[in-house]
Design a protein around this ligand. Structure first.
Ligand code: SF4
Length: 468
């Protein structure tokens, strides 16, 4: 979409605005396409949430119905009930596309040593079968980079091609040039790609010194960018808060601005080389820092005419409930603002455990639908049956019906109103009796002991049941 390396800034802004309009116009068509064909996700079946097929939001509907009081709300995107994604260009990684015209992509990383060819191949396959759409590996040496050739071949021979990303570290040009032959995307860290050991006596970089390092970066980046461009492969400019280059630290501080400037330097170099298959990440281990960095990065790229997709993540989030909550606390607000085209939840656990968390975040925000959406009340003194038990029974009977929304509510006082958006409802009516709903309509009452079977029968009657 973005062509030419030396566009005048104003001209580029004009192009960006035009592309933004085009992307906004075409994204709906794109979603309709996905909605009709379904989006293949290994290990998951998926439907596109109706919210993403550009159904009018409540505020839109109210505005079009002519309610004057709603016009203030309708003009303010903060009150939208549909997430409007920041328009970004499409970047291909193997057979997966990253960008605002595509579903938000789920990524993770194996923890096997890439020199262990058998173990790494099995790890990549395991992750991909769990639903990880792009798998990252680390290549700390040339030998690791060469091993990726064999790993890729084994995957293709014994399984299928998997979209692969290779992480390159300190002074990694030669490693990157080797591994770029075998993977679909190379990830470099601007703070490490050209790396000088920190000098404890230095406290400042002169403009000349700053520029000289920039020159070295250009010289080492150019061969990699040319190779990726010629092979139509992608580059992730992956900034980490914890590994900013010394000259960026001294010039901009240990700040989101320092992270943004680090990425922008590489983006501009790529632009001069007419290379645009770029994804950017701005990870930090503290959610407020990474959120600030991503917001600033999105604003800066949009202002300068670089509509590149963003890969979201909180680094070193830890494990267990807190690791999941911390990741969600950082990733979800950005997605809700429309920022982010691919995510990774980094857990100190087996990487397969990250994948359900990613999909749950996306489903909760209405960005993807890879499982049944269960609406269940928390129970209270009015509850007419054992809610936890019944919810588990309903879940185990219907969890394979991806695309449905099923509500389990303890009583009729609030139940029917609160589950109004669900396809089916299972609601406590009187002690020992439950009501089954289709949408807002009560269809039948049955003894509680027959409730789950009766729900299945109702779904069957509607032609929406499939055998597990
Ligand atoms: S739906 Fe009924 S049982 Fe459930 S929390 Fe609300 S009032 Fe209580």
């Amino acid at each position: 979409m973005v062509q030419g390396g030396s566009l005048h800034r104003q001209h580029r802004q004009h192009l960006t605005n035009k592309r933004v309009r085009e992307a906004q116009g075409s994204s709906h068509a794109g979603w309709r396409r996905f909605a009709s064909s379904g989006v293949p996700v290994t290990g998951f079946s998926e439907t596109i949430p109706s919210a993403m097929t550009a159904a009018p939001s409540r505020t839109d509907a109210a505005a079009s119905a002519g309610h004057g009081a709603a016009s203030i709300e309708a003009s303010d995107t903060r009150f939208d009930t549909v997430i409007r994604r920041r328009p970004t260009r499409s970047v291909r990684v193997g057979d997966i596309w990253i960008g605002s015209n595509h579903p938000v992509v789920v990524q993770s990383m194996i923890n096997e040593d890439t020199l262990d060819i058998e173990g790494a191949t099995a790890g990549i396959r395991r992750l991909h079968e769990t639903g990880c759409e792009i798998v990252r590996v680390t290549v700390p040496s040339l030998a690791h980079a060469k091993a990726m050739g064999e790993i890729r071949k084994r995957l293709e021979d014994s399984y299928r091609p998997v979209p692969l990303v290779a992480d390159v570290h300190h002074n990694g040009m030669k490693i990157a040039l080797e591994v770029a032959q075998h993977v679909d995307k190379v990830r470099i860290n601007p703070g490490l790609y050209v790396f000088d050991k920190p000098d404890p006596n230095r406290s400042v970089f002169s403009p000349e010194e700053f520029a000289a390092i920039g020159e070295r970066i250009q010289q080492t980046l150019e061969p990699l960018v040319s190779l990726l461009r010629d092979q139509d492969k992608a580059l992730r400019i992956g900034v980490n808060h914890g590994s900013l280059a010394e000259r960026m630290l001294f010039t901009y501080g240990d700040t989101p601005l320092g992270m943004v400037e680090s990425a922008m330097e590489f983006i501009r170099l790529c632009d001069r080389l007419d290379f645009h298959n770029i994804v950017v990440s701005m990870k930090a281990s503290r959610a407020p820092v990474m959120m600030a960095a991503y917001r600033m990065m999105a604003a800066r790229m949009d202002a300068e005419g670089f509509p590149y997709p963003l890969h979201l993540g909180v680094t070193e989030a830890g494990d267990g409930d807190y690791g999941r909550i911390k990741s969600t606390a950082g990733i979800a607000p950005l997605l809700a603002e429309g920022i982010g085209d691919t995510i990774r939840v980094s857990l100190t656990e087996a990487p397969e455990k990250e994948i359900p968390v990613c999909y749950a975040i996306l489903q909760a925000l209405g960005l993807r639908k890879t499982m049944v959406e269960y609406v269940a009340c928390p129970s209270c003194g009015r509850t007419l049956f054992n809610l936890e038990e019944v919810l588990q029974k309903v879940r185990s009977a219907t969890a394979h019906l991806t695309g449905l929304d099923i509500a389990v509510m303890g009583c009729i006082v609030n139940g029917p109103g609160e589950m109004a958006d669900a396809d089916y409802g299972y609601v406590g009516k009187t002690p020992g009796t439950i009501s089954l709903y289709r949408g807002r309509d009560e269809i039948r009452r049955v003894p509680e002991a027959e409730g789950v079977e009766a729900l299945i029968a109702l779904i069957r009657e509607d032609g929406r049941w499939v055998d597990p």
